[in-house]
Design a protein around this ligand. Structure first.
Ligand code: GLC
Length: 435
């Protein structure tokens, strides 16, 4: 099998699942100014240590996180095992900088994996390639390191190979000690820090040997500015299994150079931060997020929606509210999300289409005047139902639509020329069973 065929086989469940939870959690929940706080504020390791001393998330209850994810209709999750600050939420033998050595005294990753697995969700781990705590990671002159312009670090020697041994060793631990891992999400490459600089071929071969079937993101090779060789017909060994656009939903989705679809997953925050940020109350509405999930699916992509739990181990109330509202919609409409992808018909004026074989889903966002014109299905419809309750809807044939013979028209009420509010203001889904 070619790399591309293997990729398609591996990612089948993932592309069917469509919706997952990203969890950014670590010491940075205490300063509560986002997960880049050390870099942004140029905080030294010693200053940052106070958060290590303090960390004690007594409310951490991953079972309740898993339940919230499942209720929202999510099928998988990805949690930060180590972020750029280097703090490990798992019991690594290779460092003391880990949750088991804090007041928490727990392997937070093991508990996450057990909890999400027992709710039937697939589990993924985020692992930062970047490490601002490790002595052998480049500091002075690096693009991102908190000490990048601190003169005291100018002549500091480091041995990057030693860092790579550590990094590879930790990935080995994660792939060995926790049973089956479904996704590993490496983050991220930049400048010349990419590909073989990470000894990426060796790393990927190790991961695939230890975890056959695991799905790997594309950031061992790619940076935010490009998806890497995953978009070519000759992808590298470490090109990854899916592209990972960040804080954007790609126009037209992501395809390879020939326009063939490749797996992709947009990662999006609920407010404007990944890690907990106490002052950031700019939460997106559930309506917007549901519509963006639909948009991803209509373009053959997934949505990985982030939560940033606080220092006590709680997912913010605003996020829980969003998850539960999404769940209400998903309970009635998830058939138009799971196993669905880009439709064979162009995007309509009033919303989006998704499709699963002979089932075409019209996601109606805009209210209509009179009947709603549906392109591309005239003469091909076996039945029409409102997805949320299964109620019958009819294609109509009235005098005022005669001029538009290429469209099928559906109506939301008894009078075909009247205006009706849509049954669901967020997204009214109409299911067409095609002949
Ligand atoms: C970026 C950020 C990081 C975040 C990630 C999520 O690469 O560095 O903080 O974890 O995006 O995609």
């Amino acid at each position: 099998m070619s790399i591309i065929e293997e990729r398609a086989k591996r990612t089948k469940w993932f592309m069917d699942a469509r919706f997952g939870m990203f969890i950014h959690w670590g010491l940075y929940a205490i300063p509560a100014r986002g997960e880049w706080v050390r870099s942004v504020e140029r905080i030294t390791v010693e200053e940052y240590d106070k958060y290590f001393e303090e960390f004690n998330p007594t409310d951490y209850d991953p079972k309740s996180w898993a339940k919230a994810a499942k209720e929202a209709g999510m099928k998988y999750a990805v949690m930060t095992a180590k972020h750029h600050d280097g703090f490990c939420l798992f019991d690594s033998k290779l460092t003391d900088y880990k949750s088991t050595n804090t007041k928490a005294g727990r392997d937070l990753i093991r508990e996450y994996i057990d909890a999400f697995r027992s709710e039937g969700l697939k589990v993924g781990l985020y692992y930062s390639l970047i490490d601002w705590h490790h002595e052998d990671y480049p500091a002075y002159g690096d693009r991102n390191h908190p000490m990048r312009d601190n003169e005291e670090f100018k002549n500091k020697q480091h041995n990057f190979d030693r860092y790579l041994e550590y990094m590879h060793g930790q990935v080995r631990e994660l792939c060995t000690n926790y049973g089956k891992i479904d996704i590993i999400w490496f983050d991220f490459s930049y400048d010349d820090m990419r590909g073989e600089k990470w000894r990426a071929t060796e790393l990927v071969n190790m991961v695939r040997e230890l975890q056959p079937g695991i799905i790997i993101d594309n950031r061992l090779e790619a940076s935010g500015e490009s998806s890497g060789s995953i978009k070519t017909k000759n992808p590298s060994v470490y090109s990854g299994d899916f592209a990972s656009p960040e804080q954007i939903i790609p126009p037209q989705g992501i395809t390879d150079v020939d326009g063939d679809p490749i797996p992709w997953e947009a990662c999006i925050t609920m407010n404007n931060n990944w890690g907990y940020c106490a002052s950031d109350k700019m939460f997106k509405s559930p309506k917007l997020i549901i519509r963006k999930l639909v948009e991803c699916v209509s373009k053959n992509g997934n949505l990985l929606l982030n939560v940033g739990p606080d220092a006590n181990g709680r997912i913010p109330d605003e996020s829980l509210h969003i998850l539960s509202e999404i769940g209400k919609w998903m309970k009635k409409n998830s058939k138009s999300i799971y196993n669905c992808g880009k439709a064979s018909i162009e995007k309509p004026e009033w919303g989006y289409f998704t499709q699963n074989g002979k089932f075409l889903y019209a996601h109606v966002f805009d209210g209509n005047i009179g009947a709603l014109p549906v392109p591309g299905i005239k003469g091909k419809v076996k039945k029409v139902r409102l997805l949320s309750d299964g109620s019958e809807m009819n294609l109509i044939d009235t005098w005022n639509i005669k001029e538009f013979p290429d469209y099928a028209f559906i109506n939301f009420g008894p009078n075909p020329t009247a205006t009706y509010p849509l049954p669901d203001e967020t997204d009214t889904v109409v299911e067409f069973e095609l002949i």
